[in-house]
Design a protein around this ligand. Structure first.
Ligand SMILES: Cc1ncc(COP(=O)(O)O)c(C=O)c1O
Length: 419
């Protein structure tokens, strides 16, 4: 297929970075299930190791199936290059480790996915790295936490499960005024709803396990480099060899060369293949996710058994206006947090559900529910749970793409069973 012009986003999710005529007519990236690749001569393998060719060497380094996904997602996010990883957490670890050395600090929003919070607060601390947690919606707090040891600012587009929406444009300006890159976990929004690079972010991260794959069938992650940050600035003198090698792509080169390869955060090509299939339908799935989530949030908001609802689509949500602007009125995500009377009511609600799946995941085409306080956050000290807004009365719902009437019916009958 001849690419004659820049396609629209909805077309690029399907056709970008893949031309069947280059793959013997295959219409999905073939799965290259091989640990290593044969090289015809001693010279060719040496040249590839020397970076003179883009040929593949070994699966832990690169893989043709993975490369298609990297190029496609980089394009969808408006980035220049990407590295796919074995999980979202692998993407978060590699993206941060490429920037951090013992003694460094970084500023991070405090409404983070649970494992990200643990990685930052417990694991990184072991290596002498200090995260400075702040409310990501408080620009003054972000500015106040930056010092001469800070290496980056980190936020999630929509906090999970706090459901706050930081202002990416404003935070990117703060970051750049201080000579720092901004890293954004865009998992909950997807590039359909928000493209942080267009708002000033320098690095975008995803757990592709969620909406990008969309069917709860593969774990994966990706780190995308905008390719626009100045890695030659004073604070980043340790980037010199990477700048020398790759110029504006110094960061993704470091993610790949120093961290991804050596920590072995490789993505299985079969998972990239499943994600590529899922991506084809991202736009239509997201349209339905967003429409359904809005209706479910409104229903919950008006229900007498429901004490509170946290969803940025509701006008009373403190981040509603930022979300409206940032997401260009397309929607507000498909994750909803809401409160029942107490933990017992949450358990009874979950046990009453018939269709909705009870499990630890989000971003599946099926509607999913979990009680975070007694599961993902079970081992957290009470004080930390409170700090992260994880209360015993909180239910988290990941709204799927089933007929919304059936989702509402299931929720309604489960709530009725509480009386
Ligand atoms: C916002 C966010 N980022 C990252 C992750 C981690 O992704 P994975 O489970 O693929 O490692 C999750 C998982 O739920 C998430 O919700």
């Amino acid at each position: 297929m001849e690419k004659k012009k820049q396609w629209r986003f909805d077309t690029r999710v399907i056709h970008e970075a893949f031309r069947p005529e280059e793959w013997q007519g295959a219409t999905q990236p073939p799965i290259f299930q091989t640990a290593s690749h044969l090289h015809p001569t001693a010279e060719s393998l040496s040249d590839t190791f020397g970076g003179k060719s883009q040929d593949h060497i070994y699966m832990r380094l690169t893989n043709p199936t993975n490369r298609v996904l990297e190029q496609k997602i980089a394009s969808l996010e408006g980035g220049k290059a990407a590295v796919v990883t074995g999980s979202g957490m692998a993407a978060i670890t590699t993206s941060c480790m490429a920037l951090l050395r013992a003694g460094d600090e970084f500023v991070t929003g405090n409404s983070l996915f649970m494992s990200t919070y643990l990685l930052f607060s417990n694991v990184f601390k072991k290596y002498g790295i200090t995260p400075r947690f702040v409310e990501p919606t408080d620009i003054d707090a972000i500015c106040g936490a930056i010092n001469d040891k800070t290496r980056f600012i980190y936020i999630e587009t929509i906090g999970n499960p706090k459901m706050d929406v930081p202002d990416i444009k404003k935070i990117a300006k703060v970051a750049h005024d201080h000579g720092l890159p901004l890293l954004v976990d865009n998992t909950l929004a997807t590039p359909y709803l928000c493209r942080p690079i267009e708002l000033g972010a320098d690095v975008v991260i995803h757990s592709t396990t969620k909406y990008l794959t969309g069917h709860g069938c593969a774990t994966g992650g990706v780190v995308i480099d905008a390719g626009t940050f100045d890695w030659e600035s004073g604070r980043f003198s340790d980037f010199k060899p990477f700048v020398h090698r790759k110029g504006p792509l110094a960061y993704i080169d470091r993610v790949w060369r120093e961290i991804h390869i050596n920590f072995g955060t490789t993505q299985a090509p079969f998972h990239s293949y499943l994600t590529a299939i899922g991506l084809d339908t991202l736009v239509v799935r997201m349209e339905r996710h967003l429409k359904n989530a809005m209706k479910v949030a409104e229903f919950l908001n008006g229900h007498p058994e429901v004490r509170w609802v946290r969803y940025p689509g509701l006008p009373e949500h403190p981040c509603h206006e930022v979300a409206r602007t940032q997401f260009e009125d397309k929607g507000f995500g498909a994750l909803i947090s809401f409160g029942l009377k107490d933990q017992d009511a949450c358990f009874r609600f979950i046990n009453n559900l018939n269709m909705i799946y009870h499990l630890a995941n989000l971003g599946d085409c099926k509607t999913l529910v979990i009680h975070p306080y007694s599961t993902q956050y079970l081992s957290f000290p009470e004080e930390t749970r409170r700090y992260l807004s994880i209360t015993p009365d909180l239910v988290r719902l990941s709204v799927g793409i089933e007929a919304v009437e059936d989702i509402l019916d299931d929720i309604a009958q489960a709530l009725e069973g509480l009386t």
